[in-house]
Design a protein around this ligand. Structure first.
Ligand code: 26Q
Length: 822
């Protein structure tokens, strides 16, 4: 190949080095002598993107030529995490990059740490979308991710005086070497205004939407390279801009300032990710974000269909459109609008296409987390869509009445319009009616979905429902996160586990080999050392890697019960204070997670964790047996340090409340044992690993429901448990707050007065279960066997398995082999 080609595509260290030097000069304009690791990061990222480019173009071209079905994953969030190390892994370029940088006097790990992570999501749902993109590409499925290019992602969390402080996440401030702007791929999106009817040339009555405002959506594409294949799919994120023509009126009348203000208003649409993981009422901008990205994405699908010369009637043969929760569910009404108002299809034809194209994934059962929009707000913002939703509803309720004559209570329950209190549009109902497939994200969750929130829909259309238990990508969460374990697995099993996680079963043959177990322990120890060093630099708390590392990392939520974990810690603290000779194994309790900025109790839970940490870590009577640390700013990057260092994974949500959990799977993958309730995917984890290798405690979902029906009284549990009362009193007394008895009063009162998530009811069982954990830990050989079994039996929880199920059972999607020219 010519020299120029080598700079762009050569995979050997020398070519890569040349590529880096070239970008440093021609793309960045930096003198090598003055280049910092951040400059080298950008240069390497650009050199790696060059090496993706042929695969990327070839993939797009292959899909276009082969006229095959494409999966479109619509998600308001993609919590991608850093790209560089992942792309090096998937391209098989890790050693070449290390060598190329070494020749330039640079260290690859230092360079990798320079990447600001794209945190375009809140937690589980956004990270799931990112894992699914990885699996889609690795399995060679034709797919596109569609979402929002937030200028500011999830806030960076700092801890000041024990409290969470939010800092804006300026992930784009040094530019983003991974994305390519496609300014020619852009669409107009209407907002507000009113509708009119008119007669077309043929005299047919049609509807026209006269908007109050028009915003333009621009595409930014990011390559999603599969592991070990040439498939490189696209993540297309939309960024909002003002429509040029829109300023002119104000400009011409001399109000330049007004014109600029209108431009700014347009651009706020994609400014910032909402940092809540449940809906807040009446947030017009959130509705604007949802409609904006969904409209751009559907217009894009139609444009590509036109380009391919495929008639719009065949839309559903060419696209499977998956709704990641209800956030993109306005798509049901938008596709109807595009097909009827713009493409002039009749209602029945448009509806058949819509239902055949859409699938809906539900991620929550919590009633307060189900999305609704107030009818007046909805009408003001999306007047045409409301008309369409009324018509969908009219036809749908006719169907319900025909099937269940005289059952008006059922009709009211199922209506797309809720009439309890103020009228609302129920997005989960819109998504369910407009989709041929509806799924939950774990077996228990799907079961509860079918029998509670969507029971009426399940009765009407049982064939639409199925379960798709979540999964996580072993490339990022094992190979990248745990290089020590990766090397052991490669040496012991070969490398096929990376694309067939069930191959880890073969580890079971090595469990009785003491040398293997001791290697296993050495790897875990090194991972714990690495995390301890990180925690020491971030918080000043020093942890000993020989201790049991007991970890709970996830968003802070009452239903996830970080405070139950705290009650256990304080029980041990009190016992140790009373009896300093008590024989309990030393434990490090590690927490991490962000609270929604407006979530009062969640923020107090963070403050309490830090207050307890301050007291315990400084007390020589207990700090040789107990330590507590809160890792600030839990994100994808530090998650990759945390999961591999865990001995014990805390999955202690109130049964029936956690739809699935995916952190539970990331811990299991890395050989942590789980202490957990029968909730979400914990149920399936326990099934896989065996009852004897899982620390189970607590009420079941049925028992929780029954207790709450009967009228749960938390005070009953206080009367019968002196130790629990003492712990709560201690929190309330100000013991952890230099005598301030106010700060934690709301938390204590929440538990003693209402306890909505049954923390007190599960307390005794949890503490008893933790005693079983302690006794298992005291036998290291037994613990190691159980740890190995956890990794060996995690095969089901690969996102590859989950994606195959979606492809086969919902999307009707076949893999398409891509072969790059180079
Ligand atoms: C909705 C409207 C307005 C503003 C915000 C939102 C919003 C944003 C994010 C609502 C929900 C979310 C995120 C939910 C989420 O992460 N759910 C988790 O999804 C995981 C993947 O399926 C599951 O494993 C978890 O159990 C579930 O809690």
């Amino acid at each position: 190949a010519a020299v120029g080609a080598t700079v762009r595509v050569g995979l050997d260290p020398a070519a890569l080095q040349q590529g880096i030097v070239d970008h440093l000069r021609y793309s960045i304009g930096q003198l090598p002598a003055l280049a910092t690791p951040a400059h080298y990061y950008r240069a390497l990222a650009l050199a790696v993107r060059d090496r993706l480019q042929d695969r990327w173009i070839r993939t797009t071209e292959t899909y276009f030529e082969q006229e095959r079905k494409l999966a479109c994953y619509l998600s308001a969030e993609f919590l991608l995490g850093p790209h560089l190390a992942n792309n090096l892994l998937n391209l098989g370029l890790e050693e070449a990059a290390r060598g190329a940088l070494a020749a330039l006097g640079q260290d690859l790990d230092t360079i990798i740490d320079c990447e600001p992570e794209p945190g375009l999501g809140n937690g589980g749902l956004g990270r799931l979308a990112a894992c699914y993109l990885d699996s889609l590409a690795t399995l060679a499925y034709p797919a596109v991710g569609y979402g929002i290019r937030y200028e500011f992602g999830i806030f960076a969390q700092q801890i000041r005086d024990g409290w969470q402080i939010e800092r804006t996440d300026k992930w784009l401030h040094a530019g983003n070497p991974w994305e390519i702007a496609k300014p020619d791929i852009c669409y107009e999106v209407n907002w507000g205004g009113h509708t009119e009817t008119y007669a077309d040339e043929a005299g047919l009555q049609r509807v026209r939407w006269v908007p109050f405002r028009v915003v333009k959506g621009l595409a930014y594409d990011t390559p999603i390279q599969g592991f070990g294949v040439d498939t490189c799919n696209t993540l297309r994120l939309w960024s909002a801009e003002a429509v040029e023509s829109f300023d002119f009126q104000a400009f011409n009348t001399g109000d330049y300032f007004e014109a600029v203000e209108a431009k700014l208003r347009s651009e706020t649409v994609t400014k910032v990710l909402y940092p809540n993981d449940e809906p807040a009422i009446g947030k017009r901008l959130r509705l604007a974000q949802q409609y904006f990205f969904v409209s751009c994405s559907l217009q894009d699908m139609l444009r590509i269909l036109d380009l391919a010369g495929v008639p719009v009637e065949r839309f559903a043969e060419r696209y499977a459109v998956q709704l990641n929760d209800t956030h993109p569910s306005i798509g049901v009404a938008e596709l109807m609008r595009l097909l009827i108002d713009e493409r002039h299809l009749d209602w029945d034809q448009a509806w058949a296409i819509t239902v055949a194209a859409f699938g809906y994934t539900n991620h929550t059962l919590l009633p307060e987390a189900l999305e609704t929009w107030s009818l007046p707000l909805f009408r003001e913002c999306l007047p045409r869509h409301l008309e369409i939703i009324f018509e969908i509803n009219r036809r749908f309720l006719d169907q319900v009445r025909a099937r269940f004559p005289g059952d008006e209570a059922r009709v009211a329950r199922m209506s797309l319009i809720g009439e309890v209190g103020d009228k609302q549009v129920r997005m989960a109902h819109l998504a369910s009616v407009g989709s041929h497939a509806i799924n939950g994200v774990a077996a228990l969750h799907t079961d509860l979905l079918e029998n509670s929130v969507l029971a009426d829909f399940h009765e009407l259309w049982p064939e639409r429902f199925s379960n798709k238990t979540n999964g996580v990508t072993p490339r990022r969460f094992l190979a990248l996160a745990n290089p020590g374990l990766r090397a052991l697995l490669d040496r012991t099993l070969g490398t096929d586990w990376l694309v067939d996680l069930t191959a880890l079963r073969r580890l079971e043959a090595h469990i009785e080999d003491p040398a293997f177990r001791s290697e296993w322990r050495a790897i875990k120890h090194a991972n714990k050392r690495r995390l301890a060093d990180y925690i020491a630099t971030q918080t000043g708390v020093e942890l000993d890697p020989n201790w049991l590392f007991d970890i709970q990392v996830k968003r802070i939520h009452e239903y996830k019960r970080q405070h139950l974990n705290l009650l256990h810690i304080l029980t041990l603290y009190r016992r140790l204070k009373a009896d300093p000779g008590l024989g309990i194994p030393p434990r490090a309790f590690i927490f991490g997670g962000k609270a929604a900025p407006g979530y009062f109790l969640a923020k107090r839970i963070i403050k309490l964790i830090n207050a307890v940490a301050g007291t315990i870590n400084a007390d020589p009577e207990v700090n040789e047996r107990l330590k507590v640390a809160f890792v600030p700013n839990f994100n994808v990057r530090n998650a990759e340090l945390i999961y591999p260092a865990a001995d014990l994974s805390e999955q202690i949500s109130t049964a029936g409340k956690e739809a699935s959990g995916t952190g539970n799977m990331k811990f299991m993958l890395n050989g942590a044992l789980t202490i957990g309730t029968l909730d979400g995917a914990n149920v399936e984890i326990r099934e896989q690993v065996g009852d004897e290798n899982f620390f189970l405690f607590g009420l079941t979902a049925d028992e929780v429901a029954r207790l709450q029906r009967q009228g749960y009284r938390s005070a009953d549990w206080l009367d019968s448990h002196a130790e629990l009362r003492a712990v709560l009193d201690m929190i309330g007394s100000g013991h952890f707050a230099s005598g301030d008895s106010e700060v934690f009063r709301p938390l204590v009162e929440n538990l003693t007065d209402s306890d909505p998530f049954l923390v007190l009811a599960d307390y005794a069982a949890y503490v008893a279960c933790q005693e079983r954990v302690a006794s298992a830990w005291s036998d290291p050989e037994r613990w190691t066997r159980m740890a190995i079994l956890n990794t060996a039996r995690c095969g089901r929880f690969s996102s590859d398995r989950a994606i195959r199920e979606y492809a086969d059972e919902i999307w009707g999607l076949q893999p398409v082999a891509v072969s790059a020219h180079i």
